[in-house]
Design a protein around this ligand. Structure first.
Ligand code: GLN
Ligand code: ZN
Length: 783
């Protein structure tokens, strides 16, 4: 009998209950007890939904982030929060967010660095270590969740989930430049103790996640795996070593031979390897195959999976387990919410589209169906398989998916589409002439606070409680407010504030043909932040301008340059659920043509500065370096197609966040945007080190403060950061801006921060005028 299980379940709740509880808690509106009680309820519901499985994950729930949880489990708190007043929960949120609700100013600390979880749009808090880090086990969280789950599900079904020691260290950043791997020997006894405690508590299996095994590993990291698992094999629980997000490639032999009781592999992205693993895996080991895509929302073609799986099941017998490819954290909770009548939100997915989809709960049902088909034969589930087949065929043949004209337009793209008229140096001169900006020009990344009133208005408009005219009037009032505030602040290049946008990708997707929208398809991005990725289901076209009217209105309110604000094709693609029936590159070209039309329309209405956000460019990078160049080539090409249909005088900006882009700087430079704004403040301008070696040819705005934290940066901090930047990039090519959009902040936080930023720019200009800055000379020749 094949066993069915799950690796992890979304923890935000079907209606984002966790998000709302967190935010109320941080504001001081609910108590710790109330927050914890919401968390308990979500876990209970999640376990209920998984109760039919043979094994259910426990410990996958998190109040903010599973990596931060592991840091706390290992007693690895950054020094700066140790010894501070308050509860452990206060400290937990201090590391997560920079401070906790109860803190007075003196207890503000800077937040832990946040970065992308492998190639997903989930962000984790990077564990901080030094050569002197001393770990100490704190198993309370996982043990108490285990106890909770056992009461609900019984002893036999629960499977604790932890991050494995090697992946934990691999994700860690050494603050003193030491080698995190040197801490492995200190870490392993803690893992051993933890495993023993889990065993004492009744856990027969423990899922130990080591996703780093799908990346290219140096010899020392491979050795670390051998060492770690030969040590941990002495412990009682059966270990299910979980790998996901890709293929094992040259780690395959290593992984098959690690002394664990079971192995989970990604059978969706790693399909081509499964036969090899089946052959190589020692005969006493369980093989869990991820057969349902945990990274996408399409219904699985069950018959096709069974055609492939049945012979494997014959070979493996009892040793075969079935699961989603990875934790379901990366998909929305429940498709049934989309069907609900009488909801407060208007329906957006029609029933045809809904029939093509599966969210977390539906994916578990697919796993169970597959399990029954394997264990009892397809006949036992013939009706369900026939229904599935009908939905799969309907999608494959649909005219909503295939649009001939779009395919022809993509076929008509020539190399000229990606080429500006002149090189940067010539363009820059023409732009300077037209824009007349001071040195160290100040700007923001696009959005201003999305207040409760804005969200209320948008919702009312969607529910048709506000007329088009009423809604327009209210959004215009918001734009006016944003423009007024920026003029008061003395910023140089203004933005309209993005009040009308729910989300930087959804906003565009909603106006493009080929996109579908869920009402409740939320996925956690980090902490309390959730995104609702649009569903790219068909060929893409742009029936009408998407941003022109708002931008024009904003420009009419000011003499300062107004920056048009678009999301780039690569980011739209990377933050959408994309088609699995054509290569990502193909969908991206279609998006590039749509954005190009928008850029040209903006230019035609007199917008001189246009920002095309590519916040997620890096997120599309394949996990394996050997595959990077191919991706970067088509991604950069798509950006250039979208941006470069304008005259020299039009200044193109792009923006990226959380882009540790040192390793892709040449591709970034090839995007050839006139100005790039990037995230740097959280890592103290460290990201700019790359400019020591690489002469970035165009202008840069290194983010001077972290918009994810409510802390207000001081003038001095900003001047210091910019001075660091000026050591690497000629001051003439530097901009001063926050590190991302301000939509998650309050006006009361945004204004003082920007006041300080503008004051800092003034100080920098004065310093320049008085020759206090050692300025690098601009390089003469463009790349
Ligand atoms: N223009 C967007 C904003 O300011 C960019 C957001 C992002 O990079 N994530 O909100
Ligand atoms: Zn950003």
């Amino acid at each position: 009998m094949a066993l069915v299980h799950n690796l992890g379940f979304p923890r935000i709740g079907a209606q984002r209950e966790l998000k709302f509880a967190q935010e109320r808690f941080w504001k001081g509106d609910v108590s710790t007890e109330q927050l914890l009680s919401t968390a308990r309820q979500i876990r209970e519901i999640n376990w209920q939904q998984q109760a039919e499985l043979d094994l259910v994950p426990v410990g996958d729930f998190s109040l903010y982030d599973q990596v931060l949880d592991m840091s706390f489990t290992l007693g690895n708190l950054p020094e700066r929060v140790q010894g501070l007043e308050g509860s452990e929960l206060d400290n937990y949120f201090r590391v997560a967010r920079g401070r906790s609700a109860q803190d007075s100013d003196c207890n503000c600390v800077h937040a832990g660095e946040m970065t992308k979880w492998f190639d997903t749009n989930y962000h984790y808090i990077v564990p901080e270590v030094t050569a002197n880090t001393v770990f100490s086990l704190n198993p309370e969280r996982i043990l108490s969740q285990l106890a909770e789950a056992q009461i609900q599900l019984g002893l036999a079904k629960v499977k604790p989930v932890i991050i494995g020691p090697v992946t934990y260290l691999w994700l860690s950043k050494a603050k003193d430049g030491s080698d995190p791997l040197a801490l492995l020997d200190q870490l392993l006894p803690l893992y051993s103790t933890l495993l023993e405690q889990l065993s004492d508590a009744g856990a027969e299996w423990v899922q130990i996640d080591e996703p780093v095994l799908v990346t290219e590993l140096d010899a020392e990291w491979k050795l670390a795996f051998e060492h770690a698992y030969h040590t941990l094999k002495a412990n009682r629980p059966n270990l299910l070593l979980a790998t996901y997000f890709g293929t094992l490639e040259d780690n395959l032999q290593l992984v098959c031979n690690l002394p664990v009781a079971g192995l989970h592999i990604d059978g969706v992205r790693g399909r081509k390897e499964v036969t090899k693993v089946v052959d190589w895996l020692p005969a006493h080991k369980v093989l869990s195959i991820g057969v349902v895509d945990g990274r996408n929302i399409w219904k699985t073609d069950l018959n096709r999976v069974l055609d492939w799986l049945e012979p494997i099941a014959v070979k493996l017998g009892e040793r075969l387990w079935l699961a989603p490819s990875c934790s379901l954290l990366h998909v929305p909770v429940d498709l049934d919410s989309e069907r609900e009548q009488g909801s407060t939100k208007p329906a957006t997915l029609d029933s045809e589209l809904i029939n093509w989809l599966a969210f977390a709960k539906q994916k578990l049902a697919e796993i169970q169906l597959l399990g029954r088909a394997i264990n009892e034969g397809r006949g036992a589930v013939a009706d369900q398989l026939a229904d599935n087949q009908a939905d799969i065929s309907s999608r494959r043949l649909s005219e909503r998916v295939h649009n001939r004209e779009v395919k022809a337009n993509v076929g008509g793209i020539t190399s000229g589409f990606g080429q500006r008229q002149s090189a940067y140096v010539q363009r820059a001169a023409k732009q300077a002439e037209r824009l007349k900006l001071p040195l160290y020009p100040t700007s923001t990344i696009g959005s201003f606070p999305q207040t409760a009133e804005i969200r209320k208005a948008r919702l009312a408009y969607k529910k048709q409680e506000l007329t088009e005219a009423q809604y327009q009037a209210q959004m215009k009032a918001e734009i006016e407010r944003a423009v007024l505030e920026q003029e008061k602040l003395g910023l140089d290049v203004l933005v309209h504030g993005e009040a009308e946008r729910n989300d930087m990708v959804e906003y565009f997707g909603e106006q493009l043909e080929g996109y579908g929208f869920s009402r409740f398809g939320w996925v956690q991005s980090y902490g309390s932040r959730c995104v609702k990725p649009p569903i790219l289901f068909g060929d893409i076209s742009r029936p009408a301008p998407m941003t022109v009217a708002w931008t024009q209105y904003a420009q009419s309110l000011t003499d300062k340059p107004m920056k048009g604000m678009l999301t780039g094709p690569v980011t739209i693609l990377n933050w959408s659920f994309v088609r699995d029936d054509q290569p990502r590159k193909e969908s991206c070209l279609q998006l590039a043509l749509a954005i190009r039309q928008e850029v040209q329309d903006l230019e035609a209405t007199g917008v001189n500065v246009i920002q095309i956000d590519e916040a997620a460019l890096r997120e599309g990078l394949p996990l394996r370096r050997s595959e990077w160049q191919h991706y970067l080539d088509w991604a950069v090409n798509c950006f250039r197609i979208s941006a470069n249909g304008v005259s020299d005088e039009t200044q193109i900006h792009t923006h990226m966040c959380y882009s540790e882009f040192n390793d892709i700087i040449e591709s970034i430079a090839r995007m050839d945007a006139d100005v790039i704004t990037i995230e740097t403040s959280r890592s103290d301008m460290e990201l700019l080190d790359v400019f020591e070696a690489f002469e970035y040819p165009n202008e840069i705005g290194p983010g001077v403060y972290d918009i994810h934290s409510p802390n207000i940066p001081t003038v001095e901090q900003i001047v210091n950061l910019m001075s660091k930047a000026a050591e690497r990039i000629p001051a003439e090519r530097l901009w001063v801006n926050p590190d991302c959009g301000l939509k998650t902040r309050q006006w009361t936080e945004a204004i003082p921060a920007l006041e300080n930023m503008v004051a800092a720019a003034r100080t920098l200009r004065e310093q320049l005028a008085h020759g206090q800055n050692d300025i690098k000379q601009p390089t003469a020749e463009p790349a």
